[in-house]
Write a new protein. Structure first.
Length: 638
């Protein structure tokens, strides 16, 4: 391997061993720390931006959820389909938000965000179906099947009014009370007993039975007991249960002679006590009518009726007794109740109140059955009955179709409620995870930055300490070397290791000292030779008087040469002193090592020139001694 190759390898391989390399290593280390911190910051920023975007999308979904709840409430009040359209539009935006969040998140939260998208899509489909059903079904009386449900109501109302007016009050025959009837005792009081018996008019079902006692110009005051109201058809008999009556049940009783009513027992049988007072002094009519509710009793199935009358003894005059049937099923009221229930039912359906809607639906169905069954027992006109039954059946059929739709709507609404709860839970879960991930990411970033800063600072401190120590050691070595040089010790050498600038400069200094030492050693050798030659010449001068003059001249020339050589030696010593001063300046200005190195190189060059001159002088001295030797030889020959 050649010298140039070795130098190139030393410069290349030892680049980092130099001061510049070490400083550059510190810079690269600091730059690396900065780059790593920047990369960590960028990664954390991207992560935070991604998480912030996901949070923004989740918040947007929740805001649209709240808006949809408000729109749903408005729809309940106004039943305007535009609210459903707005809800569907919002769900579309929510779906896009979920898709954007899913794209942003990548593989993170994919399952949760997929569930969010599925919940939104299902809810959107449900609202679309609800809108279609609402358009077909109609939740207002002027739209859809709702309108069909009410289509026959006007005709039905007229027909029901006709039913209510047709023989709503039916009288039985008035029969005289026999004054000399059977007397019975009860509680120490004597009562006149009579039995009223009459045929039941075949006019259909009635809801009230009236026991009537009255007459013209009657003056009577006392207690009248009415008991054992019995309906017969052939051998079949049915007695009204008077024990179940309350004063409230009898509250609709009336009459000029009626002063009070109570329920009790007479002769061991449930009975009604009537406090009567007839005060007619002319032929005006007065009566007592005891109104007994018999809505649950099938009066239309019987042919005859009897009831027992007990009058407290006294002057009864020409009192008569009768019965009446009154009150029909309120078809018009039932129809109104059906429509009211249906309105409430529709509202519950729109609200999604499944249990309330089911209860209302059951009540509506019961009313339909009640109306249908009562048409057969209250309406005796077969043609009118069939027509009304068909109209009720059509109304009932419309309700059945709507109920099927409503059940689907209720199921969809219930599913939507579940989906909304699920969506709220999912978005909350994603938000919680994202916030936790963001916090964890920030914590990780802080820890990583702290570790990187600590590690970078430690490396930089170690490098700084190492470089500072190396420079300080090299400077101290140079200072010691140069101090000894300026003190005249030319045998000292710079003990520098490594391949840095100080080591190279120390090498140059050592080479200079080697060359300078060699020059001085040569000068000393020449001086010794000159001295020996002078001593020989002195001996020769003493032995040769003939040539003493010439030898004197030669000696003078030699002496002159020696003087010149001594002067030149002094000049060299002066130059060496100057070099010492230069080395002192190098010690004081170590930061300018390069410049001082150039100066030392220049001084070395001048020293070399001086040595060349000194060599030339030595050559002239040798030549002079040669001449002296030749002259001496010639003298000896002479």
């Amino acid at each position: 391997m050649g010298k140039n190759e070795r130098n190139q390898k030393t410069q290349t391989g030892g680049f980092l061993s130099g001061i510049r390399g070490k400083v550059l290593l510190m810079g690269i280390t600091a730059l690396g720390v900065a780059v790593i911190l920047g990369a960590v910051g960028i990664a954390a920023l991207r992560s935070n931006n991604r998480n912030q975007n996901i949070l923004t999308q989740m918040n947007a979904i929740n805001l649209l959820q709240y808006e949809n709840e408000s729109l749903d409430t408005l729809y309940l009040y106004f039943l305007d389909s535009s609210y459903l359209e707005n809800i569907t539009e919002n769900l579309g935006v929510m779906g896009q938000n979920a898709a954007d969040a899913k794209d942003t998140a990548g593989m993170k939260y994919r399952d949760e965000l997929s569930s969010v998208s599925d919940a939104i899509a299902s809810s959107s489909d449900n609202y679309g179906k609800i809108g279609q059903i609402a358009a077909e079904r109609g939740y207002e009386s002027t739209a859809g099947l709702y309108q069909q449900f009410l289509a026959e109501d006007e005709a039905l109302a007229g027909e029901f009014a006709a039913v209510a007016d047709d023989k709503s009050w039916v009288d039985g025959s008035w029969l005289g009370i026999v004054p000399d009837g059977q007397n019975v005792g009860e509680g120490g009081v004597s009562y006149l007993h009579n039995t009223y018996r009459n045929a039941v008019p075949q006019v259909g079902k009635r809801d009230e039975f009236l026991a009537r006692i009255g007459g013209n110009g009657i003056q009577y005051k006392g207690t009248i007991w009415v008991s054992q109201i019995i309906f017969q058809k052939g051998s079949q008999e049915e007695t009204l249960d008077l024990s179940a009556l309350t004063e409230a049940d009898l509250a609709n009783s009336y009459g000029d002679a009626l002063k009070g009513l109570s329920v009790g027992t007479f002769q061991g049988n449930p009975a009604i006590a009537v406090d009567a007072e007839f005060t007619s002094t002319d032929d005006s009519w007065q009566e007592v009518s005891v109104r007994i509710p018999i809505g649950a009793f099938p009066v239309q199935d019987y042919e005859n009726v009897t009831y027992e009358i007990y009058l407290e003894n006294g002057e009864i005059g020409e009192l008569t007794a009768a019965f009446a049937l009154s009150g029909k099923y309120d078809f018009a009221g039932a129809l109104t109740e059906v429509n009211q229930n249906f309105s409430e039912y529709s509202k519950h359906v729109v609200e999604g109140a499944g249990e309330d809607a089911a209860a209302q639906a059951a009540a509506i169905k019961a009313l339909f059955e009640e109306i249908a069954s009562n048409l057969g027992i209250y309406v005796t006109d077969e043609g009118a009955r069939e027509q009304m039954q068909q109209q009720i059946a059509a109304k009932q059929d419309a309700f059945g179709k709507m109920e099927e739709m409503d059940n689907e709507v209720l199921a969809l609404k219930q599913e939507n409620i579940t989906l909304q709860e699920q969506l709220t839970e999912l978005t909350g879960s994603v938000r919680t995870q994202v916030e936790a991930d963001t916090a964890a990411s920030q914590s990780r970033m802080i820890v990583m930055i702290a570790l990187i800063l600590i590690a970078g600072a430690a490396v930089l401190l170690l490098l700084t300490a190492y470089i500072g120590r190396s420079i300080s050691r090299s400077l101290q070595t140079f200072k010691n070397t140069l101090s000894q040089m300026t003190g005249g010790n030319l045998s000292v050498r710079a003990q520098m290791k490594g391949n840095d600038e100080f080591a190279r400069f120390g090498k140059y200094v050592n080479e200079f000292l080697d060359r300078l030492t060699e020059v001085i050693r040569n000068a000393q050798d020449i001086s010794l030779v000159v001295k020996q030659s002078g001593e020989q010449l002195d001996d020769m001068a003493e032995s040769s008087s003939l040539t003493s003059g010439e030898i004197g001249k030669a000696v003078e020339e030699i002496s002159s040469g020696a003087t010149t050589q001594a002067s030149e030696s002094d000049s060299a010593a002066g130059r060496i002193g100057e070099m010492g001063k230069s080395f002192g300046m190098i010690v004081e200005n170590v930061e300018h090592l390069g410049t001082m190195a150039e100066q030392m190189h220049q001084v070395s060059t001048e020293a070399a020139q001086f040595m060349q001159e000194l060599g030339a002088t030595n050559e002239r001295t040798v030549e002079a001694f040669s001449q002296v030797a030749r002259q001496t030889h010639m003298t000896n020959e002479s």
